[in-house]
Design a protein around this ligand. Structure first.
Ligand code: VGL
Ligand code: ZN
Length: 205
């Protein structure tokens, strides 16, 4: 079991931990609430070491193209400035976390936190080289964020216990994890307040 030593260049990226993706929300991810505790532990770990924390949010206009009324695949969700778009109150986001809003214009959807946000550039400016990614949903925004992060040249640690899938089709979550690992994401898990490599994750799927 090899511990990951965190230091300069590391950052935490929390994907879309918003009320609409949690139980009771407009586009609830089944058991999405189970990621909150591990994400708070990740926040404590990174914040405690003075490492930067980024939190993306889906931030749509009322007439967003991804909503069914516009012919899109999803019920209305994460409408900017509504309670559904707010981060979960249970999330202990530090005051200096960097919030990244995405898919903010009606005509464009963006599953990836890197899509149209300038996130790669601001991370590079901060000296970030390695990201730990967690949040919702495994098969959409986490998947696309991880693939884009790797394509942008970042090393990506995937915290499997801190992600959950929508699973429009059963198996989508495991298939997304398989794709992320195949692209080079490194599976890790939290153990006794540290990150350790989770080499068996790929083999379990
Ligand atoms: C997401 C569906 C629609 C996500 C965002 O955050 O994974 N999924 N919009
Ligand atoms: Zn959305």
């Amino acid at each position: 079991m090899s511990a990951i030593v965190l230091g300069k260049g590391d950052a935490l990226l929390i994907v879309d931990l918003q009320n609409d993706f949690l139980p009771g929300g407009r586009l609830a991810v089944p058991r999405g609430d189970l990621v909150v505790d591990p994400i708070n532990a990740l926040i404590a770990l990174y914040h405690g070491r003075g490492l930067p924390i980024y939190a993306s949010r889906d931030w749509h206009p009322e007439d967003h193209c991804s909503f069914t009324a516009q012919g899109g695949p999803w019920p209305p969700h994460c409408v900017a400035r509504t309670e559904g778009a707010a981060f979960s109150r249970a999330l202990r986001l530090p005051a200096d976390a960097v919030v990244v809003s995405k898919a903010v214009s009606a005509a464009e959807d963006a599953y990836s936190a890197f899509n149209g946000t300038g996130l790669a550039r601001s991370m590079l400016a901060e000296g970030v080289t390695r990201l730990a990614v967690c949040g919702l949903a495994t098969d959409y925004c986490v998947l696309n964020t991880v693939l884009d992060g790797i394509a942008a040249g970042f090393e990506v640690l995937l915290v499997a216990q801190a992600i959950r899938a929508v699973e429009v089709t059963p198996g989508d979550g495991d298939r997304a994890i398989t794709r992320m690992l195949a692209a080079g994401a490194v599976p890790v898990r939290l153990s006794a307040g540290r990150l350790v490599a989770d080499a068996e994750l790929g083999a379990r799927l």
